[in-house]
Design a protein around this ligand. Structure first.
Ligand code: GLU
Length: 502
């Protein structure tokens, strides 16, 4: 049980090459959970040594995703800490030193093979139907030859010497013992010709310098782990505990991609998901508390999180479940809190999913508060506020003529219903839900219609929709004059359609 493990030092080490996707966020969350569960430290480190893929927007997005989900870090690129800097491109010299140390100890060597020569080698291997791999030719270059190449301006790399037989293995905290045949692994580059380290070298040097105890990362890194074991051994440093977390698949069991919905945490934010719901949902992607509990507070998840309950098999990302969970979190919110969350979405420009631009901003907070009980149970996404509540705020609605008649009603009957509804609307007092209901039920009886038949065209006239919150609460919230105007307008719509014969 993790309760008994001492405080860990873990890191989230994204490469700033794009917007963090849900898999990255899951890695960050699991690291954060273990840190908080054990009273340890959660460290953020930018792994930006691949300058060709560097994307400056990505750094902002990494911070924003973590902040949005409430994953605070103890040390990092912006906050600093005892092992600063936390950005690999600013730690270049440490990697150069480590690589040179490995050359001096005989574990690595300088290689002047040119990209053209490597290309030619690959082509020959392809033609011979052999797997593409570096053939170790640099092992035989003398220091003088290397120096000559250096003088000639040729690219020089440093490669690790990998034994050509034998096995390496490690104990993964999730997957158990994993072994690899060394003959499958070629002498790989640890320092590139631009003096930047490869990921393999850099993360190990940093993990050691930063005192990382557990490496929690996606299981796509398992195939690189034998390389990492060799570097640890060559540098005589202790292995961290490896925790490779399972793949995330879509419901159709294919690799998670755009097809399955949003892929970045920030997209979820923009689509109206609550950070607490996404936090809870992502925590369950590959971990479970050991029983069927699904909806859990942050504190509960922190308390119950343990490595031994991380699953070995792929996690399935079910968007429907996330939406359901978001609905649960919305229902559990106070009206005040929900108003605070809904407002920014409803106040977006109309073209961006907000209320019609004709509705004055800021939106009337108290009015919104009064409306929440009518829709609280039904909302699943914060973006739904506009659609579900828009007609309360709009100056008018535009019901489609074909939506006005209720079941088994023709145009005449619909008009009769609306005429009677209008008359009552103008005179009824007080304009309160219960009283309205009594009066409108009595009206249905008077004009010999079923209540549903009378209510249906009224609902469409007032809201523009066939499905809306309870009718009389809605009418009362919209107010007597505006209701009368809307019913009148619907009658006009019906009449003009009758005249034009459509
Ligand atoms: N920079 C790597 C990535 O972005 C980190 C892998 C690791 O956690 O070791 O996936």
């Amino acid at each position: 049980m993790t309760d008994s493990i001492p405080p860990v030092r873990v890191r989230y080490a994204p490469s700033p090459t794009g917007i963090p996707h849900i898999g990255n966020i899951r890695t960050a969350l699991f690291n954060w959970l273990l840190a908080r569960n054990t009273n340890g430290q959660f460290i953020v480190r930018f792994e930006d040594t691949d300058r060709s893929r560097y994307d400056a927007r990505s750094e902002r997005a990494i911070f924003e995703s973590l902040e949005w989900l409430g994953l605070d870090w103890d040390e990092g690129p912006d906050t600093g800490g005892p092992h600063a800097p936390y950005v690999q491109s600013e730690r270049k010299q440490t990697y150069i030193d480590a690589a040179e140390r490995l050359v001096n100890s005989g574990h690595a060597y300088y290689d002047d093979t040119t990209p053209e020569q490597l290309q030619e080698l690959r082509e020959r291997q392809r033609a011979a139907k052999q797997p593409p791999r570096y053939d170790g030719r640099g092992r035989h270059r003398s220091p003088e030859e290397i120096e000559e190449s250096r003088q000639a301006g040729l690219p020089i790399t440093i490669r690790l010497k990998v034994p050509d037989h034998g096995t390496v293995s490690f104990e993964d905290a999730v997957k158990g013992k994993i072994s690899f045949e060394l003959k499958e692994i070629d002498d790989f580059v640890i320092l590139k010709s631009d003096q930047m380290p490869t990921y393999h070298l850099a993360h190990i040097v940093d993990d050691q310098a930063m005192g990382i105890t557990h490496v929690i990362r996606a299981d796509e890194w398992i195939s690189s782990t034998p390389r990492h074991l060799l570097i640890h051994e060559a540098l005589s440093i202790e292995l961290p505990i490896y925790v490779h977390v399972p793949l995330i698949l879509g419901k159709d069991r294919s690799k998670l991609s755009k097809r399955h919905g949003a892929t970045s945490a920030l997209e979820y934010r923009d689509q109206g998901y609550l950070p607490d719901a996404v936090f809870n949902f992502v925590a369950l992607l590959g971990w479970s508390p050991g029983d069927d509990t699904e909806v859990m507070s942050r504190d509960e998840i922190v308390r119950r999180f343990s490595i031994d309950r991380i699953n070995d098999s792929p996690a399935i990302f079910d968007n429907g479940k996330l939406e359901w969970m978001n609905g649960v979190y919305i229902r559990n919110m106070s009206v005040d809190a929900l108003v605070g969350e809904l407002l920014p979405f409803m106040e977006r420009p109309e073209s961006d999913g907000g209320l019609p631009d004709s509705v004055t901003r800021p939106i009337d907070r108290d009015y919104l508060k009064q409306l929440i009980p009518l829709v609280h149970e039904r909302l699943k996404l914060l973006t739904e506020g506009t659609e579900t509540l828009g007609f309360f705020f709009a100056d008018n609605v535009n019901p489609a003529v074909e939506d006005l008649p209720g079941k088994k009603m023709d145009a005449d009957m619909t008009e009769r219903a609306l005429d009677a509804a209008l008359e009552l609307c103008r005179g009824v007092a007080p304009f309160e839900p219960e009283h309205l209901e009594t009066e409108y039920r009595a009206l249905a009886e008077n004009i010999e219609m079923k209540p549903g038949q009378l209510f249906s065209p009224i609902r469409v006239a007032i809201t523009g929709k066939s499905f809306a919150p309870p009718l009389f609460d809605t009418m009362s919230a919209i107010g007597q004059d505006r209701c009368a105007e809307r019913i009148e307008k619907a009658i006009h719509i019906l009449r003009s359609a009758a005249i034009t014969g459509s």
